[in-house]
Every structure is written in structure tokens, then in C-alpha cells.
Design a protein around this ligand. Structure first.
Ligand SMILES: [Zn+2]
Ligand SMILES: [Zn+2]
Length: 212
């Protein structure tokens, strides 16, 4: 069966969690901040969950990680440079004024030690794209790219959050725009879109405004 990608937007920050399914095996990406809402949806899929992998460690992307990790007994993968963000997620969450805390995720494996992750008979390739956070990555699978908060449909990621760096963000965006033309893009917030020529031009113009 062909690869399927589903997304659901949850939580105060309207974060997109993704599930990638191939031959009844699945991987969860960026499970967001609302475990019960997401799990109600995800348990309707009759698949074998293999792992949770994250594009980065901001609180709106990692809040539900530990509850999924425990419930499905699956490992959590993230880049080592976002370790501190993961461990301090509740602190950053509190600074936004939202009440409550989430269990702090246990990191099982670092993505920087890997080139790809297997999902059934396909590979999810990992590319390090620092700038939005130090340990930000994008995941490439077939003609799809899950990019976290690197850029969105009509804007680019912030560089003023913990771990942000404008110069690195610009380099990382250029790398993706130059290498993934006509890929389907799945961002951390907002709707997925095709990275066609018009979209590449538009995003390059936005970057130029930042550089000037
Ligand atoms: Zn973020
Ligand atoms: Zn985000």
C-alpha cells in the first residue's frame, strides 16, 4: 500500500501533529500539546506505532510526547541540540501564560546519530536545518517534507524563540527551497502546500526582506 500522511491540529498553539503510515506501520511526528485530543483521533488508525520523531523541541511540539511514549511503548527521537528545550518545555510553556504542565519527555535516541529511519519498506531521511532552533530537522519521505517551523505557507519561522538564529534560519530555508522543488510541504502550523516555483519565489522574497 502506498504511503499515507494524516495531520491533526490541536492545542492552544494550533500545532500540526503528523502520522505517516506505510503497510500498517506508523510513525508519529510532533505530537503537539494535547495528548487526549490527539489520541482519540490516532487510536482509530489500526496501525503499529513504531516511534515518535520530532522536528524540534519547542513546547507546543513536545507536550504530548511522554504520554504517547508510555501508552504505546515507543521510543522518542529528537536532535541532541534541542535536548535543553525538551527538558525545559514546561518552563517555556508557563511563560506563555497557559496553565498546567505535561510530563517531561524522556529522549531515547538522538536524530543526529542517524541518516534515516525505516518505516516498513521506505526510509524517512533526516536533514539538519538549524535556525528556528539549534536542533531543528526536516523529514523527507518520498516526495514529502515535514518541516516543523522552518517556514509556512506564506511566512518563515521565528528566530527569536529559544535556540533561534537568523543567519542559520536563512541558510536552512535556502537549502530546502533549492533542494525540494515540487515536494509536498507539511509545516508545524497551518495547511500543507506544494513547493512549486511560485511558492519558492514568494518565500525567497520574504527572506530577502529579512536580509535587507
Ligand atoms: Zn517552534
Ligand atoms: Zn510550533
Amino acid at each position: 500500500m502506498s504511503l499515507q500522511i494524516f495531520y491533526i491540529c490541536t492545542g492552544a498553539w494550533k500545532e500540526n501533529a503528523y502520522i505517516i503510515i506505510k503497510n500498517k506501520e506508523s510513525i508519529l511526528i510532533d505530537p503537539g500539546d494535547n495528548f487526549s485530543e490527539l489520541d482519540t483521533y490516532f487510536k482509530t488508525f489500526n496501525t503499529n506505532y513504531k516511534a515518535i520523531i520530532n522536528t524540534h523541541g519547542h513546547f507546543d511540539h513536545v507536550g504530548a510526547v511522554e504520554e504517547f511514549r508510555r501508552k504505546y511503548s515507543i521510543p522518542f527521537y529528537i536532535h541532541s541540540k534541542d535536548k535543553r528545550l525538551v527538558h525545559q518545555a514546561n518552563l517555556f510553556r508557563k511563560l506563555t501564560g497557559v496553565s498546567g504542565t505535561n510530563p517531561t519527555p524522556t529522549i531515547d535516541f538522538f536524530l543526529d546519530n542517524l541518516i534515516s529511519i525505516e518505516l516498513s519498506d521506505t526510509n524517512i531521511k533526516i536533514h539538519h536545518v538549524p535556525g528556528h532552533s539549534e536542533g531543528s530537522v526536516v523529514f523527507e519521505v518520498e516526495n514529502n517534507l515535514i518541516i516543523g517551523d522552518l517556514f509556512f505557507n506564506d511566512s518563515i519561522g521565528r528566530n527569536d524563540l529559544p535556540g533561534g538564529n537568523l543567519k542559520k534560519l536563512m541558510e536552512s530555508i535556502s537549502y530546502v527551497l533549492d533542494n525540494f522543488k515540487n515536494f509536498m510541504i507539511y509545516p508545524g502550523h497551518g495547511t500543507p502546500f506544494l513547493l512549486n516555483e511560485a511558492k519558492i519565489d514568494r518565500l525567497k522574497n520574504i527572506c530577502n526582506e529579512y536580509n535587507n
